[in-house]
Design a protein around this ligand. Sequence first.
Ligand code: SAH
Length: 345
Amino acid sequence: MINLKDLEYGELEELLLSMGEKKFRAAQIFKWLQLGVTGFDEMTDISKPLREKLGKVSFVSSLAIEEKYVSAVDGTVKYLFRLPDGNCIESVVMRYHHGSTICISSQIGCRMGCRFCASTIGGLYRSLTAGEILDQVIFAEKDMGERISNIVLMGIGEPLDNYDNVIKFLHNINNEKGKNIGYRHITLSTCGIVPGIYRLAEKNIPITLTISLHAPNDGIRRTIMPVSLRYSMDELIKACAFYADRTKRRISFEYALIRGVNDSMENADELASIVRPLHAHVNLIPVNKVEERDYRKGSRSEIDAFLHRLTSRGVNATVRRELGADIAASCGQLRKRAAGIKDGE
Ligand code: SAH
């Protein structure tokens, strides 16, 4: 059985043609899928015989809202969605003046092993399909009754470790017959899977790429991000330069400030020398406490000092505003609790 949302638009057309149907049926069905129908019976402009035929070879996926939290401080909404196979994923909707941004997951768990990250505790269970990635946008919009304008692939999982499904998802979310979200309104965050960055650069999908750097050199990076044992900082930065050149899009970097690990003035100087040639933006994130880890964030003044050091070295940098602080909006924590995952599993 095929999840219709796992098909790209062209594949949906082919499926319908192979059933002896007209091509335009694809547009009708694709539209229904985006609205979050949960079965063929809700597709009221599709004939009953076609609905029955479709039901024999395919299904319409859906997500159940297992838990939902709305921040009293800033209106951030956090969903714990349950998939039909019982697994849970998290998505967060952040409200800004210019519209809403959803942060979505690309995998159930993660195998990248970053030491400070809650999503990786328990490892990777499985990757999400293209339709399951899209469903987070569909069912959040349906529940909130409002349009989401921006997407960040920054939830649970490593998107470039689920490359093919993520590309399919990007094609479908960008499709004008569907949600029609422009690539410039989409950001993909990666821990730095170098071959994936090159592949993406060649794809001509001008999304914003952001790199979870978190360290100014291989020595520190290797102690907190196992992926850096595979790909050196040098290789990573080269791949970033290639991406920026090919797509004409500016790269940005995430840098979680961890007290005593990567937050010295010397670290700031080294970071500045790496990112400045790329004209990249640096997002400083005071590290979120994860129960199982003993990493701490610095004080506000230590964080500001790091920021000023970077900006005084000519780097475009900001400290990320914390949204949804009252609802544990940072990812991985809810799923972990729901699945009863403990460290070391
Ligand atoms: N796997 C992708 C996307 C998911 S993580 C990536 O690594 O980029 C989303 C972001 O949150 C990443 O920058 C990640 O490094 C960061 N992050 C994870 N745990 C964190 C923590 N405890 N405090 C601050 N940032 C964290």
